[in-house]
Ligand binder design. Structure first.
Ligand code: SF4
Ligand code: SF4
Length: 491
């Protein structure tokens, strides 16, 4: 870069400005281990999330001899989604859409109640980054040992530790990618086929891609995903207001900070400037600089500072969950609002109401949905045929659906054309009657071509209704509106 004077001329007398990059280089973060109630909560949530992710595909759920026995299965080949006793068919995708909407509103609800708790505790990026950071501590040692190792030249110790660490990283990443594909096929079978080299190529490529992305996001990118890549912090920032709980450094109590006041100087605040809050922060920020996008509200700095406060005989809570409104109240010497009141404010209740209404609606639909279904498509060309005796025949493609894991006896009947009779293409025409009875195989769609025959006197267009009724103890019936065409009446 050319160094110019104020007139735009090359400035030979001054040192050249250092070249500037397009972005700030990443500063490695080596968060220090800390114990405390929020750390223990993070442990519990992390263990729960990882256990759910890795164990779920192995859970079995008996659905009878005709359906898979994997508790949670996305069966793309047969276009089904199984979740314990619930089986979702493609035409019921609104259940999945409803669940996604609930997940979105759930995020709003959590943010409204307890700020960025999702980011700090349950987001997959947070959970896996935390896991990788524990591997760092387990192999390299705590913060200071990691600093030392990062700076020291490559020797036997560093090479050994790096190799060990990267092996564990790879194992975690591979397990993460490997567990994902088990949601899409019978887990024990796919597991065996995968290691025997007999699985489909898409399984290997999916595991490869997910292993690489887990490694990249968990080992390299870490806090940069939260600070620069993820849009959610920006959305959440827009949702937070002066009543939202955020991790707050109480500067009115902590400042002026310092280890020891100079003789004769004004007394110092409660912050002893030990830097422990920054040392434990997984995103490497200093919360004393105020609320920041990089703060995922994991509250580990609260654990850290509370330890310091206890050791130095000061009241805990120099860093604490607080709202901006309460910060002002506390600054003015007034008591803070009770946390329960902060959590259950009107906006939270509105989100909770909407979230619950959608959930109850889905549950109601799930509880009352029919496990049979029928779809009818009429032949358009020709719209009808006249048989030799003058009867009018229309043809339909009828799809009988049995959504139960057992074969079911069903009856198809028709209303709307007086005297009409029906038969299926695999039945003799002589057997035509007012209904067709078939056994529909378990968990399947049975496409049947159906002919409807009306008396010769039938004329014009008729609205007809096909009704499919299950003839077993569970019963149930569904209808489908269609059309019957006949020649126009002669004047
Ligand atoms: S841990 Fe507490 S006392 Fe130590 S620097 Fe942070 S705010 Fe100050
Ligand atoms: S500042 Fe505190 S709450 Fe925010 S990310 Fe760092 S440790 Fe977690």
């Amino acid at each position: 870069m050319v160094n110019l004077d104020p007139k735009g001329q090359p400035n030979a007398g001054q040192p050249k400005a250092a070249p500037q990059g397009l972005h700030e280089a990443r500063k490695a973060v080596f968060p220090r281990q800390i114990d405390g109630k929020f750390r223990r909560l993070k442990w519990a949530i992390m263990a729960f999330c990882l256990a759910v992710y890795y164990i779920t595909p192995w859970l079995r759920w008996h659905r009878g001899p005709y359906s898979p026995d994997q508790a949670v299965l996305i069966d793309l080949a047969h276009r089904r989604f199984y979740m314990f006793s619930i089986e979702i068919w493609p035409q019921e995708f609104y259940f999945v859409a409803g669940l996604l909407i609930m997940a979105g509103i759930g995020l709003f609800l959590i943010t409204s109640a307890v700020g960025r708790a999702w980011c700090g505790y349950a987001c997959p990026q947070t959970v896996w980054t935390d896991l990788f950071q524990h591997v760092d501590r387990w192999i390299d040692g705590d913060r200071n040992a990691q600093f030392r190792l990062a700076k020291q030249p490559w020797n036997v110790e560093k090479i050994t530790k790096r190799l060990s660490k990267w092996t564990v990283y790879l194992l975690i990443s591979f397990s993460t990618g490997g567990a994902w594909i088990l949601y899409f096929a019978d887990a024990p079978t796919l597991f065996g086929d995968f290691f025997a080299g007999k699985a489909a190529s898409i399984a290997y490529s999916t595991v490869f891609v997910l292993t690489c992305t887990t490694l990249w996001l968990g080992a390299f990118m870490r806090e940069q995903v939260c600070i620069y890549m993820c849009p959610w912090p920006r959305v959440q920032s827009a949702m937070l207001d002066e009543k939202s709980l955020i991790v707050t450094y109480k500067d009115w109590r902590g400042e002026p900070r310092g280890k020891k006041a100079a003789p004769g100087a004004a007394p110092l605040g409660d912050c002893v400037d030990c830097g422990l809050c920054t040392a434990v922060c997984p995103t490497g920020i200093d919360i004393r600089e105020g609320p920041q996008l990089g703060c995922i509200t994991c509250a580990l700095c609260i654990d850290a500072c509370d330890q310091v406060m206890v050791k130095t005989g000061r009241p805990r809570g120099l860093i604490d969950y607080a709202t901006l409104e309460d910060a002002e109240r506390e600054k003015a010497g007034q008591p803070a609002t009770a946390h329960a009141k902060l959590i259950w404010h009107p906006r939270t209740l509105v989100y909770l109401g909407v979230w619950s209404a959608i959930g109850l609606g889905l549950l109601f639909m799930l509880g009352t949905r029919q496990h049979i279904s029928v779809a009818v498509s009429k032949d358009r060309n020709p719209p009808y045929m006249l048989l030799s005796a003058g009867e009018v025949r229309n043809a339909y493609a009828v799809r009988w659906k049995n959504m139960e894991g057992r074969p079911r006896k069903m009856e198809l009947s028709l209303d709307g054309v007086p005297g009409a009779k029906m038969w299926a293409e695999d039945m003799p025409m002589a057997s035509a009657s007012g209904k067709i009875i078939r056994i529909v195989p378990a968990d399947s769609t049975d496409p049947v071509r159906v002919y409807v025959l009306a008396p010769p006197t039938t004329t014009g267009e008729h609205k007809v209704t096909f009704t499919l009724r299950a003839l077993d103890a569970d019963g149930g019936s569904v209808s489908y509106a269609a059309r019957f065409d006949a020649p126009e009446a002669q004047p």
